[in-house]
Design a protein around this ligand. Structure first.
Ligand code: ZN
Length: 322
């Protein structure tokens, strides 16, 4: 690299890479310093080798002048997001064929030579909504996705929740809706939240694509019950300032007012908050970023990883000077 190129690279605006890794599709994106999406591609999720090679090829071909500053990955799980764990960056006990115990983030970091931020797909989506979407300015909020799977990410006091492993809000056990005898579709628990309201569960209930069912179909009454019950539990545990509901099932916009009413009913006036009592439309909301919450969140993870790497380098340099 000659001096001109080197100077250009140093002064080039930061570019971040983001991966929203889903069980059915991968979305790879490039974003600028303000996390504006510059490019977005998606492809079906195959086996781990094929899919990760395709991901690496995409970012290598787009690295260009100055390269990527960092990469962020929001992944289907379960995953290990704990930075001090030997299995950091792994997909762990997934039932998805071939992906169990896959080193995901480490492989991308070695191949691309950049800092990698890694978290669950739902924590990434929550971060995206907090950065540029419907939770801007809030410190404690939840993003729940209802799609092929059901999962929740949370920021509490401005920090993403990990803990023992990470939250698994999609697998909470809920009281059955009256008159609902569907056995449930979760391979682990049967009738947990995911087992009752995920896209595949609704497909099995309806005997076909659920999006064709009219809004007054009984299935939507059941979906309303389970989601409202889940939101009540989440509200009682985490006291979120807002709950964002995303994912393909929530494209059924008629569900929002029904879930708000049902959640109010279940809470029975116990939580005296104006957001719940008078303005539930500000408490239970669709994503501000639409279906891009996850991918914008993965870019936000990349930006955080770049900042952390820069801060570590600065600290290291200061220690050497001393
Ligand atoms: Zn389950």
């Amino acid at each position: 690299m000659d001096r001109t190129e080197s100077t250009w690279a140093r002064n080039a605006p930061a570019r971040y890479g983001g991966v929203e890794a889903g069980g059915t599709k991968f979305v790879c994106a490039i974003g600028d310093a303000s996390l504006t999406l510059l490019e977005r591609v998606e492809f079906p999720t195959g086996g781990p080798d094929e899919t990760l090679d395709r991901t690496i090829d995409f970012f290598r071909s787009r690295s260009g002048n100055g390269g990527l500053a960092a990469l962020g990955v929001g992944s289907f799980g379960p995953v290990d997001p704990r930075p001090d764990s030997p299995a950091w960056g792994y997909i762990t006990t997934t039932p998805k064929p071939g992906w169990r115990h896959t080193d995901f983030a480490g492989r991308l970091r070695r191949a691309l030579g950049v800092p990698v931020g890694f978290d669950t797909d739902t924590n990434a989506a929550a971060l995206g909504e907090g950065t540029l979407g419907a939770a801007q300015g809030l410190h404690t909020f939840v993003y729940l996705t209802i799609g092929t799977g059901v999962g929740g990410g949370a920021l509490v006091g401005g920090k993403r929740v990990h803990g023992l492993l990470h939250p698994e809000m999609g697998h909470m056990k809920l009281p059955r809706a009256e008159g609902d005898d569907f056995e449930g579709a979760c391979p682990f628990h049967g009738d947990c939240l995911e087992g009752m309201v995920s896209g595949p569960a609704l497909h099995a209930r309806a005997g076909g694509p659920p999006n064709r069912l009219p809004p007054d179909h009984e299935i939507w009454t059941h979906v309303t019950h389970y989601l409202a019950a889940a939101l009540v539990n989440i509200t009682c545990v985490l006291s979120p300032q807002r709950i964002i509901l995303g994912g393909g099932v929530m494209h059924q916009r008629h569900l929002f007012p029904r879930i708000r009413r049902r959640a109010q009913h279940l809470l029975a006036g116990y939580l005296q908050s104006p957001e719940i009592i008078a303005h539930p439309e500000t408490f239970i909301v669709p994503p501000g970023l639409g279906d891009n919450a996850g991918v914008v969140g993965s870019l936000a993870l990349a930006r955080l990883a770049a900042e952390q790497a820069a801060s570590r380098a600065q600290k290291h340099s200061a220690e050497r000077t001393i």
